[in-house]
Design a binder for this molecule. Sequence first.
Ligand code: GDP
Ligand code: IMO
Ligand code: MG
Length: 448
Amino acid sequence: MTGSKRDISRHTAVVGLQWGDEGKGKIVDVLTAQHDVIVRYNGGANAGHTVVVDGKKYALHLIPSGILNADKRCIIGNGVVVDPEKLIEEMDQLRARGIHVTGKNLRVSDRAHVVMPWHKEQDAALEEYMAAVTAGDRGSLAIGTTRRGIGPAYSDKVRRSTAIRMRDLLDPPYLRERLQVICKLRTAELHALGVNTDPLDPVALGDRYIAIGKQLAPYIGDTVYELHDAMARGDSILFEGANAALLDIDHGTYPYVTSSNCSSLGIPAGTGVPGRHLTRVIGIMKAYSTRVGGGPFPTELTCELGHKIRERGREYGTTTGRPRRCGWLDLVAVRYSVMLCGATSVACSLFDVLAGFEELKICVGYRLPNGSSTDRFIPDARGLENVQPIYETLPGWPEPEIAAGNRADLHPNARAYLDRIEAAIGIPIEMVGIGPDRKQTLVAECVS
Ligand code: GDP
Ligand code: IMO
Ligand code: MG
């Protein structure tokens, strides 16, 4: 690693450039060795980051992927919504597999908002309600959420008076007082959504969450100061994005998005680290496209080719197990996300999945309903639903024989595919993923 200990370019952000599941977890794991602190800044247990180390597979939802490296510190930032029961479950699962998790190497922001049990009920009930009142796949206002309570928890954060933060779990009288009010109102709201629930019991919930607070107390603190103290000591920070730019609440394919700023724009607010520190932003893109849940997807392949990509890439959700929708690479979308995230380089993951196709298509523009065309993304579901992709066709390549090493060793057609991406997005491809294991990565030093 070059530069002095205080060189701010040592900090790195890893963000998804498509609709999620680009392989962020794997790339964070690869980069963890170069950093001291790994921070999640957004989302919650809707994320599913898979890391494969020496043939062992780990699925992380709330805890940063850096936890797999014993000497690193991990932080769940203030921008995350934390389901504390899921967090404890994840800690236990990691410990059962020999991973070290203590209040020293895992810190949770006292300002992070809590996902309460009713948030998951609200999430599911709203999805059912929307699916029932709006007909058909395309017209449905059901978002296809992960039902992890993400939207309702962020709604409460913005509404303020019905929110609970991690620090509140450490203050029993205050928590009990809040629960008295929230339970009454929330029971009525759940009934209005058609949930046939008994009145929420503030005493029982108080007991349950005060006990959780006691258990999590060693982990909870002011992570904003902790991060700034670490940077002042010269530590380098790795920001781990969850979800992805096209699911960003402000800049994604609204309303088929998640409820946080999951592009790199969410980092300053979600961690308390100012944007000027974000000088290295690595955008992660799959060599093709996938999407889980509802919403427009111009390059989607509903034919046999889509099925082939799904099976070769094992495209089934890490969090919900749902089959992912698959399609050709959409460079209009990726170029937009690169711009939005200020990406300085790209990691192109799951490149191995594309071997063995006779030819491949890449979307380079959209045809609009009025017959004109554009190379600009349309970050709005209704606008994007009505475009037709304009494709370039590239020749395919056979299964590669290399397991790691040099991009120059790839088949010429495979190299041409990567060159075409670089030409379109205007920044270098720093890494190429050729398998799920951390070793199966072609890195910048080896790229010709
Ligand atoms: P994330 O949410 O962005 O971290 O991605 P997921 O973990 O949900 O999904 C990516 C999937 O692809 C996981 O099963 C990874 O193990 C796997 N993966 C990551 N990079 C590669 C790669 O280069 N090639 C292959 N074949 N699989 C990969
Ligand atoms: P990672 O970090 C893929 C999608 C859901 C749904 C929409 C809203 O693994 O890349 P939510 O539960 O957040 O309210 O759902 O966003 N979604 C993801 N899709 N990967 C993710 O995370 C996702 N997180 C949310 O499928 O369409
Ligand atoms: Mg995932």
